[in-house]
Design a protein around this ligand. Structure first.
Ligand SMILES: Nc1ncnc2c1ncn2[C@@H]1O[C@H](COP(=O)(O)OP(=O)(O)OP(=O)(O)O)[C@@H](O)[C@H]1O
Ligand SMILES: [Mg+2]
Ligand SMILES: [Zn+2]
Length: 414
């Protein structure tokens, strides 16, 4: 990415809290010009929001690719016939957006993609020699949610990362599943989240084993029981068996869910392969979801203060907000941002014709990990005032010192 001038950017922050906001994350996303609400459950990502989505997606891609998964992109439009094969046209009927096209075909906007991926694999994977493989996409899903709530936490159109593994047998599935589980831990850790992993129900997906990844937040719709004594989370209320303390109820946001599907879909859709003995057998599947757009509010719910968002370094739309308080310093600021750009550090230069207070408020709201000020001090002794967003710690650094400081931080991030 690159540096941006605030005065030329599509960033129009609000002074007042938006009335539509149902929780802190949504309040800051709307107020900070990250998100536009078109209607309940329907949102557009404005340039700032899209930058964050991109950063999250790149982290996901990095870990999925290094786990050996390959990216593809499936259609959102899906003919209803494939859903009839698995019987999920009925099970998911209520959440499906369904309609008839001009050729009288019944189509839906995909709420998920097990059926489509199984059609693809049915066509191409015919021998054990081709297995195993894992495919994934980052794509928009459509669900007619009964209660869209809390902005991107539960919306009717949202972005999901969905992966699907294909193996010849259960043992293979266990290996693929473990790889994904490990990748998930790395992804959520790099996103700066404190998360909990629990064994969960398989619900409408079917299959045997599943694990959920959950994030602590008062706006979560899942409930876990937490033991203060030993820090364990449980799905059921119980006296903690580990340390005999009483457990307390905690609200959690589900950010990821992974399943061992087995042969439920491959058997129903006839996705079979020839094994070593020449026997026809259905492929053994797993599926792995992450709520990519839900991660924005999940991350914010864990990282904010009265002023606004406090982005973890890896997720922030900009690494740095550089406030310029004297017009004569603008060229200096731009050449500084260009040096940082070569180090992969993105700067938002606040060059607007506003007072320091306004600029400082917006920097706090937008939430870059660092706010730097080029003003009187810089003119006087070449020092940039730097404030660490999270700790409010202030340091005064020369240009060179600051570049080295940011470079170091950037290396830690990688
Ligand atoms: N309506 C939604 N809006 C935003 N993200 C969603 C929504 N529904 C699901 N997700 C995200 O997509 C991931 C994978 O989808 P999956 O079908 O497993 O979800 P789900 O079990 O229906 O989730 P939930 O119980 O929250 O409805 C979920 O873990 C969640 O993070
Ligand atoms: Mg759901
Ligand atoms: Zn305990």
């Amino acid at each position: 990415m690159s540096y941006s001038l605030f005065s030329k950017s599509f960033i129009f922050t609000a002074r007042e809290d938006p009335k539509a906001a149902e929780c802190d994350s949504q309040r800051f996303l709307l107020k900070g010009c990250y998100l536009f609400m078109l209607s309940s459950g329907i949102y557009s990502y404005l340039p700032l929001g899209r930058r964050v989505l991109e950063k999250i997606s790149m982290i996901i891609r990095k870990h999925m690719n290094s786990a050996g998964a390959q990216e593809l992109l499936m259609s959102a439009l899906q003919p209803i016939e494939i859903w009839k094969k698995t019987g999920r046209d009925k099970i998911l009927e209520e959440v499906m957006f369904k309609f008839i096209d001009r050729k009288k075909r019944t189509l839906c906007l995909g709420p998920t993609h097990e059926e489509v991926i199984t059609e693809i694999v049915r066509k191409y994977a015919s021998s054990y020699k081709q297995l195993p493989f894992t495919l994934y996409q980052i794509q928009t899903k459509f669900r007619d949610e009964p209660r869209p709530r809390f902005g991107l936490v539960r919306s009717c159109e949202f972005i999901m990362k969905d992966a699907y593994s294909f193996d010849g047998d259960e043992e293979g599935l266990n290996v693929s599943y473990e790889k994904m589980l490990k990748a998930y831990r790395s992804i959520f850790t790099e996103c700066g989240l404190q998360f909990v992993m629990t064994e969960a129900d398989s619900g409408a997906m079917g299959g045997s084993v599943s694990h959920e990844f959950l994030v602590l937040s008062p706006v979560g719709e899942d409930i876990l029981f937490y033991c203060r004594g030993c820090g364990h989370y449980y799905r059921q209320e119980q006296d903690c068996p580990q340390c005999k303390s009483k457990t307390e109820e905690k609200r959690m946001i589900e950010v990821g869910h992974i399943f061992k599907l087995g042969t439920k879909y491959s058997a129903a859709q006839n996705a079979v392969f020839l094994d070593r003995q020449g026997q026809r057998r259905p492929v053994v599947m797993g599926c792995y979801g992450i709520g990519v757009s839900r991660l924005l509010p999940a991350i914010i719910e864990q990282n904010f203060d009265a002023k606004g968002i406090i982005w973890p370094e890896a997720i922030s739309p900009f690494d740095l907000t550089l406030i310029v308080l004297d017009e004569s310093l603008l060229n200096e600021a731009i050449s500084f941002a260009q040096i940082l750009e070569r180090e992969d550090i993105d700067t938002l230069i606040d060059d607007r014709n506003d007072n320091a207070g306004v600029k400082f408020n917006d920097a706090g709201l937008i939430g870059s990990p660092y706010t730097a000020i080029m003003g009187k001090n810089y003119l006087h002794d070449g020092k940039i005032e730097v404030e660490v967003r999270k700790t409010k710690e202030r340091i005064s650094l020369s240009k060179e010192e600051f570049i080295n400081f940011l470079k170091e931080k950037n290396n830690e991030k990688k």
